[in-house]
Design a protein around this ligand. Structure first.
Ligand code: NAP
Length: 281
């Protein structure tokens, strides 16, 4: 019987993970299926019992379950423990474990784009993706500033993942956001502003005054591939990086945890692009 994998979250209507994970299993000739498994919070406990009972060989976890998952596991890997969030569930020697592959995915995206380390960086947002960005950027020795709409959420995020670091917090709507942002060489948007189907699909989280020639602007939002922020950044002469590469890399790292085999990244990226284009068209 083929092994079953999937992504749990709610709602899941927009996920492209099944397209690129299935393409990876097929490419390597692994008899497995990967599906979207809509799981409202009220069903999470039952879903995790199914994992224990062998129904699922491995899972990806997305909004809103990433921080609720550790209590269902036998342990969490170091990165997931530091992030307080799990996006990958896998078995190892009979133990059910959790990892967070968003953190290394961000590092890899920045490395692939040859973004210098130890630079001043602005993280916009303070949710789950911001936690991964904070961990990833501080591991690169970047000097991080965080800007969020709700200050208390930014404080909670810093206390949870980088309590020992001095990280400046800025109100996203503060008049000084433009000045502070232009002093940064890297901007990482982790808010859902600009995401299709999100709270503000046609907006950018930053004013034009925040962007300048030569900055690197990385938007973790991947739908659409060119978000309002990325369009605005390109116009200002910034180097832009979209969220799809991160999505595929975090999924590829999950695939490797499940199968122990190198993930076919090019195939996964092609499948993700096709799924996104088909779905948005
Ligand atoms: P989350 O935990 O719900 O956090 C949402 C963030 O967006 C918070 O900082 C929130 O600010 C901010 N926000 C929401 N609406 C806003 C608005 N109208 N104006 C200003 N700020 C607003 O979500 P998440 O899990 O971090 O995900 C955020 C985005 O990242 C989503 O689009 C998701 O698809 C994307 N993502 C991409 C990848 C990838 O692999 N490319 C991985 C993870 C996530 P407050 O604190 O003020 O509410």
């Amino acid at each position: 019987m083929s092994d079953c994998y999937g992504a749990i979250g709610y709602p899941l209507g927009h996920t492209v993970s099944p397209a690129f994970q299935q393409a990876a299993f097929d490419e390597l000739g692994i008899d497995a299926t990967y599906m979207a498994i809509e799981t409202p919070t009220s069903d999470l406990s039952r879903r995790m019992s199914e994992v224990r009972n062998g129904r699922w060989a491995g899972l990806n976890v997305t909004i809103p379950h990433k921080s609720a998952i550790p209590r269902f596991l036998d342990g969490t890997a170091e990165t997931a423990a530091a992030a307080g969030a799990v996006n990958t569930i896998y078995w190892r020697n009979g133990r059910l474990l959790g990892e967070n592959t968003d953190v290394p995915a961000i590092g890899t995206v920045l490395e692939n784009a040859e973004v210098k380390k130890g630079i001043r960086a602005l993280v916009v947002g303070a949710g789950g993706a911001a936690r991964a960005a904070l961990l990833s950027l501080t591991a690169r020795s970047d000097d991080v500033v965080i800007a969020n709409r709700t200050r208390s959420n930014a404080e909670a995020t810093i206390n949870a993942v980088t309590p020992e670091q001095e990280i400046e917090i800025l109100d996203l709507n503060s008049p000084s956001i433009g000045k502070v942002a232009t002093e940064c060489e890297l901007i990482v948007n982790t808010t859902s502003v600009g995401m299709s189907g999100g709270p503000a699909p046609d907006e950018s989280p930053l004013p034009t005054s925040a962007l300048r020639l030569g900055q690197v602007v990385f938007d973790v939002v991947y739908r659409p591939e060119v978000t309002p922020l990325l369009a605005q950044a390109a116009e200002a002469g910034c180097r832009t990086i979209g969220g799809l590469e991160m999505l595929v890399i975090q999924g590829a790292l999950s695939f490797e945890l499940w199968t122990g085999k190198p993930a076919p990244l090019d195939t996964m990226m092609r499948a993700a692009r096709t799924a996104l284009a088909t779905d948005s068209g």
